[in-house]
Design a protein around this ligand. Structure first.
Ligand code: FES
Ligand code: FES
Length: 179
């Protein structure tokens, strides 16, 4: 039996240990936010965090996640208040949306280790996440905005308890000008 933690909850799996983690998440745990795109590690739609590291769930056997901590898009925040989620909404990033869970997971991992990434840092970290709709410029802008939101929250402790809505920052929601 394989034991693992998914979004903070203990889980176990009795089936084929070589089954892709993606099937376990989607079919056994009903966590449908993580998407199947290519199935061979090339598109990033299935990106989750395995012990904090962005990982392709389509290529990862369940056995590789034994005793690990997994985070899916559903576990990023309980209420959509993670700065990356807030920035994604404010900049209206998604088009069809299919790739976006993977994009957000990679963006969260990037900001966790690099709180102020440059364009080059972003391009490098997000390189494996493909978007057929071409939302790359909005993704890059949203990562910069999320970094600002995080920094703003860190330097304004009086507002730290408030929901990260973008209030108190210099960033007005931009709802037009899709790229
Ligand atoms: S579905 Fe996993 S990388 Fe494309
Ligand atoms: S928003 Fe459509 S594939 Fe990225």
């Amino acid at each position: 039996m394989i034991k693992l933690k998914v979004n903070g909850k203990n889980q176990q799996f009795d089936g084929d240990p070589e089954m892709p983690l993606l099937w376990f998440l989607r079919d056994e745990l009903n966590l449908k936010g993580t998407k199947f795109g290519c199935g061979f590690g090339m598109c990033g739609a299935c990106t989750i965090h395995l012990n904090g590291k962005p990982t392709r769930a389509c290529l990862t056997p369940v056995s590789a996640a034994a005793n690990a901590s997994i985070t899916t898009i559903e576990g990023i925040s309980p209420d959509g208040s993670h700065p990356v989620q807030v920035a994604w909404q404010e900049l209206d990033v998604p088009q069809c949306g299919y790739c976006q869970a993977g994009q957000i997971m990679s963006a969260c991992a990037l900001l966790a280790k690099n709180p102020k990434p440059t364009d080059a840092d972003i391009d490098s970290a997000m390189n494996g996440n493909l978007c057929r709709c071409g939302t790359y410029l909005r993704i890059r802008a949203a990562i910069h905005q999320a970094a600002e939101l995080k920094a703003s929250a860190a330097t304004k402790p009086a507002k730290a308890g408030a929901k990260a809505s973008g209030a108190g920052t210099n960033f007005a929601p931009r709802k037009s000008g899709k790229q």
